[in-house]
Design a protein around this ligand. Structure first.
Ligand code: GCV
Length: 695
């Protein structure tokens, strides 16, 4: 195996804290198990401090270690605990993973009620040292860290043949040729993601086909058990994507009807076998009735019927079913203006709010469409009030530059998390003024606090592969790092996260850090400018989703239209159109329903408008299109120029990698700018008021 990057676990020598006596004697205190996780915590602390400061700490344990599994809150403690058939709750997970760091009697003290909490505490200290913070000052007063979300998950879309659906960083490091790969890199992956706060991983594509359907058979049990142990040793739960039609595909039955007794009996037997053979397994992720995947609709049953059937059986093993809400009709006629893909999630899942059992979590994409650079927040957030919910975002940059273009996504995730759903409002507020129960943002809902949910959390479709730098573009590592950090603490700012990533992965030189932050922080806004204007989305090349094709999806079956003609563009999703805007609680519904109130950045998502419509910015729609595209390209050029100033100041390999990506980004940005501007210039016949060159 060639030498792959250690990223933020490289632990190079650091200047500060070399004289810090407190770091030489570290105390782990609390009621935790002395297990593999604790062993790994000790190893990591020794490795990190030795690398960065040149000494290994003396580690001692104080308090009553080795508590029982039950007290540790089901299966978050020692691997032995994973065999218990206890269904835990999000609150228990969060309580257990909470940790505090302080300086007591001149020593660093990490306190937690689980070994996982201690491990997180170790990574917190290593991060402080890695960022050259003054540790003595940093923890002079005790700091407590409580995870914002119970489940902080990465979803791999890795296929067993080694390919990765929407993967832009090489091939899978989990599979090749239908076999599971386990090696040193697997362990380093677990370390990398645990170090930023991830505690759950789904290791196979949600489109479960071919060999992957056999993951729940003898063929893969041994390797999966081994993988599960590796992850469990870092406090990470293992999950598998499941083929909903397993009864047919591997069971030889002719039905997958969730209410059929034979189907249930098959699953009972299967799950007993699976959980026995893979004791660390914590549950399943299911994509049903979506993009050709089978599901309960085939049998006239609801999504709740399907999810509950599996969940009731999995419950005996303390396991959960994460059920995706990406269910829509992908066979639309472009002339059909009533069917609206954006409506589908709410239409399919809201009516059964309250019917999903307590170990089902609905996993909801951030927007109602599909990970575009700009979408409104799914109205299921704030619509569902009696259902466990999880937010799904995508750090694999499928529609956001494919790890060629720099696109730091944390600012976008912050917007999503901060969106006010007015869920306490429940549409009964006829005055339309809106109320706020203080817990109505997406962040509040997925933390579990708003509805006191049994389970909740956040997942990202991951951006890793077997490229030596893991994420294709070194700077895309900021999204992997940042997602974990934000999932653990949704209060962190994008700037802080970028700062930590750069200092730990690239350089601690303040000028370098500032320059890279100046590249990362505006990169999402810039990508948005040179691609799809005003929330319209989808003007990408079909199938690959990279590069511009204004009409690529316009006459296709996917329900993804811009509806441009010579007079205007945009999709009417108001009460006079598809009615999607009304799926929101007030005052959001009224805001989106009116072009006057709708925020500019989403106005074409909700409205079909003439090119001459004047935006809040004072520009017309058409002038906005021209300006945004010219500016977006120019700003991308400036980002690339900034990067060039780092030659000789950062590692050559990192420099060359990002430099090469920037060349491709500029080509892409220019193509978008030219094609979008030319298209709308020709179709509208309206001149650019600044008289710039449009082809
Ligand atoms: C895994 C989009 C992607 C598909 C993906 C799907 C999903 O449609 O293009 O590749 O399939 O989302 O989220 O299930």
């Amino acid at each position: 195996m060639k030498n792959y990057a250690k990223l933020w676990l490289k632990y190079p020598a650091k200047k500060n804290n070399r004289e810090c006596e407190a770091l030489k004697k570290v105390v782990f205190s609390g009621s935790f198990s002395e297990d593999k996780i604790l062993e790994n915590a000790k190893k990591e602390l020794a490795l990190g401090l030795k690398g960065m400061l040149g000494f290994e700490p003396q580690i001692s344990i104080s308090g009553n270690a080795s508590v029982t599994c039950e007290a540790a809150g089901d299966r978050s403690g020692s691997p032995d605990c994973f065999n218990k058939k206890v269904l835990t709750s999000g609150k228990t997970i969060v309580d257990q993973e909470t940790y505090a760091v302080s300086i007591k009697n001149g020593n660093i003290n990490i306190a937690s009620d689980s070994s996982t909490g201690i491990l997180h505490g170790v990574f917190e200290i290593l991060r402080a040292v890695g960022c050259e913070k003054d540790v003595q000052k940093e923890y002079a007063a005790e700091k407590t860290f409580r995870p914002s979300n119970p489940l902080r998950m990465l979803d791999h879309w890795d296929n067993m043949d080694g390919s990765i659906e929407r993967g832009y960083s090489g091939r899978s490091f989990f599979y090749d040729n239908d076999e599971i790969i386990i090696n040193e890199r697997t362990v380093d992956y677990a370390r990398l993601i645990a170090s930023v706060g991830i505690n759950a991983v789904v290791i196979n594509n949600v489109n479960v086909k071919q060999a992957a359907s056999y993951m729940i058979t003898d063929r893969y049990f041994e390797k999966l058990a081994e993988l599960g142990e590796i992850f469990a040793g870092y406090g990470i739960g293992l999950y598998l994507s499941l083929n909903y039609a397993s009864t047919i595909e591997i069971g030889g039955m002719d039905s997958a009807d969730p209410l059929d007794e034979g189907v249930k009996a098959w699953w009972r037997e299967k799950m007993a076998e699976v959980f026995k053979k893979i004791p660390t397994l914590k549950g399943f992720l299911v994509k049903a009735d979506s993009e050709g995947r089978p599901g309960p609709f085939t049998y006239g049953r609801t999504q709740a019927d399907g999810a509950n059937m599996l969940a009731d059986i999995a419950k005996d093993y303390g396991a959960i079913i994460i059920w995706r809400c990406f269910v829509y009709n992908c066979r639309q006629d472009w002339r059909d203006k009533k069917t609206d893909r954006a409506r589908a999630g709410y239409d399919n899942f809201k009516p059964m709010d309250g019917d999903y059992h307590d170990n089902v979590i609905l996993q909801i994409k951030n927007g109602p469409m599909d990970f575009q650079i700009r979408e409104p927040i799914s109205p299921l957030f704030g619509g569902l009030k009696k259902t466990n919910q999880m937010l799904e975002v995508q750090i694999a940059q499928e529609y956001t530059g494919q790890q060629i273009d720099v696109c730091y996504l944390i600012p976008m995730f912050k917007e999503i998390l901060g969106f006010k759903t007015y869920c306490s409002n429940a549409k009964q507020d006829t005055a339309g003024t809106g109320s706020d129960n203080g817990l109505d943002t997406v962040a509040d809902i997925i933390s579990g606090k708003t509805f006191n949910s049994r389970y909740s959390g956040i997942a990202a479709v991951t951006n890793t592969g077997n490229d030596l730098n893991w994420t294709g573009n070194y700077l895309a590592g900021a999204n992997l790092f940042g997602f974990g950090r934000l999932a653990f603490n949704t209060e962190l700012e994008s700037d802080e996260i970028a700062d930590e990533f750069i200092r730990m992965t690239i350089s601690n030189d303040n000028d370098v850090v500032d320059t890279i932050k100046e590249i990362l922080l505006p990169s999402r806004a810039i990508y948005e400018k040179y691609t799809c204007p005003l929330g319209i989305g989808w003007m990408v090349k079909p199938a690959t989703h990279y590069g511009c094709s204004v009409d690529g999806y316009e006459y296709d079956r996917w329900g993804t239209y811009h509806r441009a003609d010579h007079l205007g563009l945009g999709v009417d999703r108001t009460d006079k159109g598809t009615g999607y805007a009304l799926q929101y609680n007030e005052p959001n519904a009224s805001m989106y329903n009116s072009p006057e109130n709708c925020p500019d950045e989403l106005v074409l998502f909700f409205h079909h408008l003439p090119y001459t419509h004047v935006l809040h910015s004072g520009k017309t729609v058409i002038q906005h299109i021209y300006d945004a595209h010219f500016e977006g390209y120019d700003e991308a050029v400036k980002l690339a120029e900034k990067w060039e100033t780092l030659k000789g100041k950062v590692d050559d390999e990192i420099f060359e990698n990002v430099s090469e990506r920037f060349k491709r980004q500029l080509y892409n940005a220019k193509e978008w700018c030219d094609q979008v501007n030319t298209y709308f210039h020709r179709i509208s016949g309206i001149e650019d008021e600044k008289g710039r060159k449009i082809w």
